[in-house]
Design a protein around this ligand. Structure first.
Ligand SMILES: C[S@@+](CC[C@H](N)C(=O)[O-])C[C@H]1O[C@@H](n2cnc3c(N)ncnc32)[C@H](O)[C@@H]1O
Length: 159
């Protein structure tokens, strides 16, 4: 991992930030922010995105990998609704640890805070029959195209 980071030719590397809210970086001081399966946990989402944009330099980039699946889906392999269980019940682990936002809501926030969307890579799956009727009432209006997106990689740039 150290060699990998070295090969990125970065001058300063700051890793393992525990909480986005505890950043000590000053405004416009960071050129690259990378996260892997973190954005689906942060809340309030917009506040953290706004903080990240603040510390990013103009032209600076962010690469975020987001997992929109219930993170315990491997424990219930036979359940056709396993990726969406945290939208079906409030009493599963991921309902508490995840913000339960979907792709289009994250995109709205990225755009709202002036980020240019440079690239998006989506991993999608067909929905199982009857999924939407199973969802908690407040999630039933999520469009099918949003429910289908299970993973996303975003490459964003500050204007
Ligand atoms: C699913 S784990 C992913 C861990 C690691 N990035 C990986 O790919 O293996 C989710 C991570 O999000 C982190 N996290 C949750 N809320 C956060 C916040 N507000 N600021 C920074 N990290 C946060 C947790 O500490 C946890 O390590």
């Amino acid at each position: 991992m150290d060699k990998f980071l070295e090969n990125l030719l970065l001058k300063y590397i700051v890793t393992n930030t525990d909480k986005y809210s505890e950043y000590t970086s000053s405004s416009s001081s960071v050129d690259l922010i990378i996260s892997c399966t973190v954005l689906e946990h942060i809340r309030p989402f917009e506040m953290h995105i706004s903080n990240l944009v603040d510390i990013l330099s103009t032209g600076g980039k962010m690469l975020h990998i987001v997992d929109f699946r219930d993170h315990d889906h491997r424990k219930v392999k036979d359940d056709p609704y396993r990726y969406w269980r945290f939208l079906i019940s409030d009493n599963v682990r991921c309902a508490k640890s995840c913000n339960r936002l979907r792709h289009s809501q994250m995109m709205q926030a990225f755009k709202k805070y002036g980020l240019k969307i440079r690239e998006i890579d989506l991993y999608q799956k067909q929905l199982p029959n009857g999924l939407q009727e199973q969802l908690l009432p407040r999630f039933q209006s999520i469009p099918k195209k949003d429910l289908k997106i299970l993973m996303a990689t975003y490459l964003l740039q500050k204007r």
